[in-house]
Ligand binder design. Structure first.
Ligand SMILES: NC(=O)c1ccc[n+]([C@@H]2O[C@H](COP(=O)([O-])OP(=O)(O)OC[C@H]3O[C@@H](n4cnc5c(N)ncnc54)[C@H](OP(=O)(O)O)[C@@H]3O)[C@@H](O)[C@H]2O)c1
Ligand SMILES: [Zn+2]
Length: 334
């Protein structure tokens, strides 16, 4: 089979189409013909050599956290069968530690993520495969696991409910746009930012309010100082202070990424005087992902796929992600 492998950690030019032996499922694993797998910024960190997880000695490396496809072979004792349309929940947990037993599963002491979706076939634990309703395309489904699940879990951590005001800086990418769309599902008022005039018009179709710019004062004035109940921060760096200023007293900021800085740059005094909370968040749980599949299938929101690429064009897809031209999710369709 073919796979789009990272063969050199030099950015999008380091992706090559390679021939690999067809994978063989082990105990409890299913074999899936991959129809779609979305890109995440996490893949780009690896490809840019900016991830501790994968170094040169692990190459070639096939990334891809979010495959959706058709089951080619399944274990006899599993709930899925050959021919089923499925989506993989990329969570990998030990199932036995205290955190696994108490939940939520994404706090497992050995928590890790599946990789391998940028390929014609993938093997994965059968119990992590979620049946897909016919109304959900493979491409739309593959947008859900990492970006939408992460945003959904963040909204939950901030206790967002109807009528809340939710601030999302960088609202045109995977997690950001998901935060806006899923905030809308919950009945919140959503405020998104972008640095791009051209993406602002598209964002305005989803967010209740849009602020364009990168300057702190423009963003804080535009979003409203001390106005938001919750902020979803996938950027970190200076956006931590910006989120803090946009949050009201007692508001909650949930952080899941570091696109704009490796540290949380937060002035201490306004933070403790406003008695705010900053919570870390990673992924979500498989039941939450199953809920998102249902909500999307019911038409409560539409996972936004900006563009699809054949497997051989995976490097071009990463180039589009890197130049920040994308709006929503980019998806490879092997
Ligand atoms: N912890 C977890 O479980 C988890 C899960 C998923 C993602 N993440 C993290 O969340 C972040 C977002 O991931 P993603 O896949 O959604 O990425 P993405 O689709 O590439 O995000 C693009 C968005 O980020 C904004 N952006 C990019 N660089 C920026 C910068 N230097 N300053 C300000 N805004 C910037 C873009 O703004 P413009 O509109 O201005 O171009 C756009 O809105 C990453 O750090 C990722 O590692 C974490
Ligand atoms: Zn565990």
């Amino acid at each position: 089979m073919h796979a789009a492998a990272f063969t050199d950690l030099v950015g999008p030019d380091g992706v090559d189409l390679i021939e690999q032996p067809d994978p063989t499922p082990g105990d409890g694993e299913a074999l899936v013909d991959v129809k779609a797998c979305s890109l995440n910024r996490h893949d780009l960190w690896i490809l840019d050599g900016d991830s501790a997880m994968i170094r040169g000695e692990s190459l070639p490396f096939v990334s891809g956290l979010d495959p959706a496809g058709v089951v080619r072979a399944a274990p006899a004792d599993s709930d899925i069968e050959t021919g089923d349309r499925v989506l993989l929940c990329p969570n990998q947990t030990c199932g036995t530690c205290d955190r696994c037993r108490e939940g939520p599963e994404n706090t497992c002491e050995a928590f890790s993520l599946y990789h391998g979706g940028f390929a014609e076939q993938a093997v994965a634990p059968a119990h992590r495969l979620i049946p897909l309703p016919e109304s959900l395309s493979f491409a739309a489904a593959s947008a859900l696991p990492t970006a939408y699940l992460t945003a959904w879990h963040m909204l939950g951590k901030a206790d967002v409910t109807a009528g809340d005001r939710v601030f999302v800086p960088g609202a045109t990418g995977g997690v950001g746009l998901a935060g806006i769309q899923l905030g809308n599902v919950l009945g919140a008022t959503t405020v998104g930012t972008t640095t791009s005039e051209s993406k602002a018009d598209r964002l305005a179709q989803f967010a209740d309010e849009v602020v364009v710019g990168s300057d702190e004062e423009i963003l804080v004035d535009g979003a409203g100082e001390s106005s938001a109940d919750a902020a979803l921060n996938h950027l970190s760096g200076p956006f931590t202070d910006i989120c803090g200023r946009v949050l009201r007293t007692g508001g909650t900021q949930v952080v899941c990424g570091r696109t704009a800085g490796a540290t949380l740059d937060q002035h201490a005094a306004p933070f403790f005087l406003a008695q705010q909370a900053i919570l870390g968040s990673t992924m979500g749980t498989q039941p939450e992902l199953e809920r998102l599949v249902s909500l999307a299938a019911e038409g409560r929101f539409e996972p936004l796929v900006d563009a699809t690429y054949p497997l051989a064009e995976t490097g071009a897809a990463f180039a589009d992600m890197k130049t920040r031209d994308a709006f929503g999710k980019l998806v490879v369709t092997p």
